[in-house]
Structures are given as C-alpha cells and as structure tokens.
Design a protein around this ligand. Structure first.
Ligand code: NG1
Ligand code: ZN
Length: 537
C-alpha cells in the first residue's frame, strides 16, 4: 500500500501529454524530447520491475533516439544478457506508456505485478543502470527515469553518464556475468583483443595504409572513439571528424543513417578525401558503415552493413576452415533490406543465410541459434554471436595444439574476435576495430574490399501518410497484406523491371511508410521506388 501511494505521488509529477500515442516499436519509445518525461519515468518503473522479476539482475536503460533528429529523444531497455528487452514485456510497456492517469497507471502496474508474480517490499532488491547519448534533453530525461526506477521500493538507479548505446549494453552484460563492467573495462577488453588480432596477422601479407577518417555524426561515438585512441590504441591512425565540438548538429547531413540512405558525402568530407578509407557512426554509435569518396569528390562508394557482414563472414569462415573437423554451424542473418547481390554472394560462399524482420532484436534471436551467427542490417547495425559452448570447445582444443601452428592461430583469432566484437548488441566501435584488423589481415584496401560483389542499384523512399498502421505486412515484411490490393499493384510495378524487387512496411521509429526498391539500373530502381511510393500515398 505504501508502494502504491508512492507511485501515485511520483506519477503525478509526470502527466501524459494529451494525444500522445506511444509504441515500443522497433527500438523502444521515441518522439519529440519535450513530450517524453512521463514515458521515461514509466519505463524507469518497468525496468525496476524487470530487475525484481529477474532475481535482482541488473537492467539497462538507455536514453537515445539514435539517428533521429537532435530534438527527438527516446528510451530503450536492455535485458540482463545485454540484449533488448524481452518482447513478452513490450505490451506492458505500451500499456503503461499510454496510461492516461496516475490511477490507471497504478492499476495496470498492480495487475501486472500479480500476473508476473513479482514481489515487492519484502527486502527484494533491484538495480537499473542508466546511460544517455549527447542530446541536450538527455540529462533531464535521465532524472525522470531515475525517479521512476527508485519509486519502486528496493530499487536503485545508477547513472552511468554519457555512453554509446552498445557500451551500456556491454556493461550490463558484463555486470550480470560477474565480470568487471566499467567503461574502462570495455575499452581494455576491446583494445586487448584488437592488439591480439594484429599480432596474429601473417607477416608475409600485403601491407595496407593504416589511415582511416571517421565521421562521428556529431554524436557520442566520435568522442568515445577519441578516448579509446588516446588511452588505449595510440598507434591506430584514425582521424575523427564531426565530433560535435565544431558546431555541427547531431545527425544533420552526417552519420551512418544519412550516408547509407542518401548515398552522399557527409558534411566535413570532400574532394581532399578521394579514395581514402572512411567510416560513419550513427548518433548513438550502434551503426557503422564504410565509404570512400569517388573521383569527383561529391559521390561516394558505400560499403554498408551487408558488405561488413560479408567481410566478417569470409574471415570467420577462413578461420573455421583451418580447424580440423567440422566443429560448428556458421550462419548469417539478414533482413529484406539486404541488397540482393549480398545475399547471392553469401549463398555462393556456401553459407546458411536466414532472414528476419527489421529490428535487431529479431536478427539477434535468429543468430543465437548458430554456434557462430553473424547478423547485420543493411544500415550497419549488427554483430557476431559465439555460443558459449563453442568458445569453451575452442579453448579446450587449443590446449592440445602446438603453439604457432595454423590451427592454433585460427583458434586464437576466433577467441579474440569473440572478445572484440560486442556480443550484447551491434557496436560501431568494436565493429570498426574488427573491420580494420581484417583488412590488414587480408592486405585489402577499401576498394578491394568493395569488389567482393557489386551492389544492385537500390532506392529507399519515406512516405508520410495520415496513419501508417494501415499498412500491415507478412512476418518477413516482404509482402503487404493491407491495404487490400496494394500488393498486387506493387507486383505489377516490379514486373516491369529487370531484377526488380520492392516492398513497403510501416516504420517502427518514424511516422512514415518505408519503400524499398531494387533493380538492375539506378534509373530503374528510382523509378520503381517512386511508383511504389505513389501507390502508398
Ligand atoms: P524502422 O524505422 O522500423 O524502419 C529503423 C531501421 C531498422 C532499425 C531501427 C532501429 C531501416 C530501414 N530501418 O527502423 O533497421 O535499425 O531503425 O534503429 O534502416
Ligand atoms: Zn543507433
């Protein structure tokens, strides 16, 4: 009862703005930052309940709206594994976020606590770690989240300050595994395994230029990358631009989402960078794409998530092939946005390619079914998952191998990759380090890497509609079930183009319907994209 009274009191401070309809969506709640106090407060409560439910394990709460505009913000929950909040709890998240009064909120919470058999107030403890990106609204939203967390009795909020999204996920995962879990531990783990992989590069290979220029999207990623370079990896030659210190605006004409969707040079890059290896992070540094500026200085050649996935798959496969006997199942996971040429390439390597719905929670789940599962969204969000049993098998086998043999080195590389790559969630910093070391290992320039396969021309269009929920798709998202008849019309358009492929789906993070189109020429992809967009309007 005292618990209820305290919830009623604190929820009074954060009334729900009128006419706000929230949905947990692809990646947590997002919206205009000025409207989100009540939402983050309520998600704070949810996180405490989650921690109590999971026997006091630590839960993560990240305040970010990733690649969205700077005036937006958002919140998402990390489960104890470091992965996304279990989808079973999403309906509850939606319900409480939309509760229109403190009384309704408290009633929903009471009912949920009973149904989930969560006990509160009998000495049970809960812990929630909070992080935020560099958005100006982050600090006050974090305060609201803290109040939500600590309004549940026995629960404490720990403010971890400004972090990339993947750093917080990594720290939560480490904490619950009983490992050292500070930001320093994160940097040390990444830099140690990176150096280990560098030391394992065969000396006979081709040497490539070390130089990389990074577009930090004017967000948290550039800052953290500089910290890593300064404190831990001083001999890596990375120049960071768009750090946010030089007056640039977060995600505005910069960053991975901009570069990948618009396929143009981000601000701060141009004719002086022609041919140089460049990379872009998104606003919270969970996405990574590479590019190089082509000869006239305004166009780019994009190496997206699909190409990063292909590079990783090739390297991992090479190591696995060096081992005697078939020890593992390697698989890759893509979404409908994957370029058709990348899927053909991966299948051509003999890999098991599976498809998941948009949103990393769906890809992560499928990748976890393999011993080594690599997943990437075309936009650059992805990682590699190693099953614990496979890593222990490797470590066990290595003991009987002669040091320095090809097999021994392959095992050492795989173990180092499992430590370097963030296994909680896609991480631009750890992904970048892995790309860099693989390119050095292969002796490949960015141009050479780009030649693995040639992307089919594609085009993405956003269509603003009064109600995007009217578009309903199949589970693979490649066919629209509603509005009735629209899929037949889309098929009619697709048929007109060689290698034509197109689909529509409602965005889970923005108020738009997304159109994806692919065809054998850029003109055709553009024209297919535009005509499908017309059908949606
Ligand atoms: P929506 O807005 O649902 O398409 C976007 C990305 C997803 C995912 C989430 C989370 C595209 C086409 N969609 O989701 O892949 O990354 O944001 O950030 O890039
Ligand atoms: Zn992001």
């Amino acid at each position: 009862e005292t618990q209820i009274a305290s919830l009623l009191k604190s929820s009074d401070i954060f009334p729900l703005p009128q006419s706000l309809k929230l949905s947990y969506g692809t990646a947590g709640f997002r919206g205009d930052a000025s409207l989100l106090d009540s939402t983050v407060y309520r998600v704070g409560i949810l996180s405490s309940l989650r921690s109590l439910k999971l026997r006091s394990q630590t839960i993560g709460l990240m305040i970010t709206a990733s690649h969205n505009r700077v005036s937006d913000n958002g919140i998402k929950v990390a489960d104890p594994s470091g992965g996304m909040l279990s989808q079973e709890w999403e309906p509850f998240a939606d319900q409480i976020a939309n509760a229109s009064s403190p009384q309704e909120l408290v009633a929903l919470i009471k009912e949920f606590i009973e149904r989930e058999e969560i006990s509160i107030g009998g000495g049970e403890e809960g812990e929630v770690w909070l992080g935020r990106d560099t958005r100006p609204s982050g600090e006050s939203l974090l305060r609201a989240a803290e109040i939500g967390v600590s309004s549940v009795s026995g629960c404490v909020a720990v403010d971890k300050g400004v972090l990339t999204t993947p750093q917080l996920h990594w720290m939560v995962r480490a904490k619950n595994k009983g490992l050292n879990a500070t930001e320093k531990d994160y940097f040390e783990s990444l830099s140690t395994s990176f150096k280990c992989l560098i030391d394992l590069i065969p000396s006979s290979g081709n040497k490539i230029s070390n130089k990389l220029v990074l577009d930090g999207a004017n967000g948290v990623g550039g800052e953290k990358m500089e910290e890593l370079l300064k404190g831990y990896l001083s001999n890596l030659d990375v120049e960071v631009r768009n750090t946010g210190r030089d007056g640039g605006v977060l995600n505005e004409s910069v960053g991975a989402d901009f570069v990948q969707k618009e396929k143009v040079v981000p601000l701060g890059f141009g004719v002086n960078d022609v041919g140089v290896r460049c990379a872009s992070f998104d606003g919270d540094a969970d996405r990574l794409v590479y590019f190089y500026v082509s000869s006239n200085g305004d166009k780019i050649e994009l190496l997206d998530g699909d190409k990063i996935l292909s590079l990783f798959a090739l390297f991992i496969k090479e190591q696995l092939n060096t081992l005697e006997g078939k020890l593992s199942r390697l698989g890759v996971v893509q979404t409908a946005y994957a370029n058709g040429a990348s899927t053909d390439y991966l299948k051509g390597l003999g890999l098991d390619v599976v498809f998941a719905k948009t949103g990393v929670k769906h890809l992560h789940e499928k990748a976890a079914e393999f011993d080594v599962g690599i997943y990437f969204e075309a936009n650059g969000h992805g990682t590699i998952l190693f099953s614990e049993s496979f890593v222990s098998l490797l470590v066990g086998k290595q003991k009987g191998m002669s040091e320095g043999s090809d097999e021994f080195n392959a095992v050492s590389r795989l173990v180092a990759v499992s430590n370097l790559i963030n296994q909680a969630v896609g991480d631009a910093i750890s992904g970048l380090l892995l790309v860099e070391v693989i390119l050095q290992h292969m002796g490949w320039s960015v141009q050479k890497w780009n030649e693995l396969y040639k992307d089919l021309p594609s085009r993405q269009v956003k269509v603003e509609v009064p109600d995007r929920t009217l578009v309903v798709t199949t589970s693979e998202e490649t066919e629209a079930l509603k509005p009735l008849g629209i899929q037949d019309a889309i098929n009619g358009e697709i048929k007109k183009y060689k290698r034509g492929r197109a689909f529509i789906r409602p965005s889970g993070t923005e108020d738009v319907v997304r159109v994806y189109a692919e065809a054998s020429t850029q003109e055709d992809a553009d024209s297919l994209g535009d005509s499908v967009a017309q059908l949606v309007k």
